[in-house]
Design a protein around this ligand. Sequence first.
Ligand code: NAD
Ligand code: TYD
Length: 359
Amino acid sequence: MACHLVTGGAGFIGSCYVLQARRRGVRVITLDKLTYAGNPDNLAALREDPDHVFVRGDIGNAELVACLLATYRPDAVVNFAAESHVDRSIVDPDAFVRTNVLGTASLLRVVKDWWQALPAAAAADFRFLHVSTDEVYGALQPEDPPFRETTPYSPNSPYSASKAASDHFVRAFHETYGLPVLLTNCSNNYGPRQFPEKLIPLVIGNALDRKPLPVYGQGTNIRDWLHVEDHCAAIARVLEDGRIGRAYNVGGRAERANVDVVRAVCALLDEMAPSAAGPYADLITFVADRPGHDFRYAIDCTRIERELGWKPAHDFASGLRETVRWYLDNGPWLERVRSGEYRWWMEANYRHRGAGGAA
Ligand code: NAD
Ligand code: TYD
């Protein structure tokens, strides 16, 4: 039975990957620190599953990682663990350096030491897949072609700089030690179980509470939206047949301006959870912009489509409809993650933007 060590598997994308991997019959060891973004509820479906092991811990804990590798002998390490929110990286960049840069470098070193001692056949079959982002490529203007794997790195936020640094370490471990690495650089994910600091679930939660829906700047910034299930299917394909040492861009072919995404969420809520107080779009509030806000991201995913036959299965309209439905049907999930630390963050990030009520 194949076995994957999945770091950050209690987060939004990692938990989707873990659930998919278990459906494919892969044994999974989840290593997650359970930061504010990590949520054991995301893996509740696996509580009784003997082929899923959950370990609370830090990717930077070399002893723990060495012990997990020796005990479970995974055929792959899939690294999702990261601090993942741009706005938080502006408030506290150190946390991003600690996990995304130092944590990944430590994880790579421990995995490399273990991998070098494996018998030849097991060493040849092993893969280290690092999950990265399109944000490492910087910002596009409307007329620019989308990012390719050959686009030079030009990160603009502390978050994207920390992810770029980790990507460089991953490549360096391949070039220097021959570690069989793979990288994926994906666009903005959406879907069930996303922490509601990110645009789509934040807007859903605020709308249901009749709070302002904060849109940064003019709302004209563009993101390329990828359904989380499609992203995880792409990672599985890359692990299976990706060329060692290569990066694969993964995108949803769904570029949208932020304000259009927010309006689309409002229209779905008007239909599925109508409010006597009026249309949800009345709550849209333009607030102070994010410093250094990248204007546009767009992904050219020709490589993964041609080499590995992957394509996104969700179109944005139906994927977004399904996603809004999921949040409406999972009120207790949303309520639990919006208590505690979340309240502090909403106050810290929105009060000074002139959207006090957004918190
Ligand atoms: P998330 O914030 O929802 O989850 C991150 C998970 O990592 C959490 O469970 C957290 O507890 C865990 N974690 C954090 N620090 C850790 C540490 N030091 N050791 C062990 N676990 C730790 O993030 P996500 O949206 O699921 O993103 C997963 C990965 O995908 C990240 O590497 C992120 O950079 C990348 N990515 C995300 C998006 C997106 O749209 N969400 C887009 C591109 C790339
Ligand atoms: P986000 O979900 O934080 O992802 P990223 O910064 O990684 O792209 O934000 C998506 C877009 O939405 C981004 O252009 C910033 C914008 N945004 C808002 O307009 N308002 C908000 O409250 C948030 C969180 C994001």
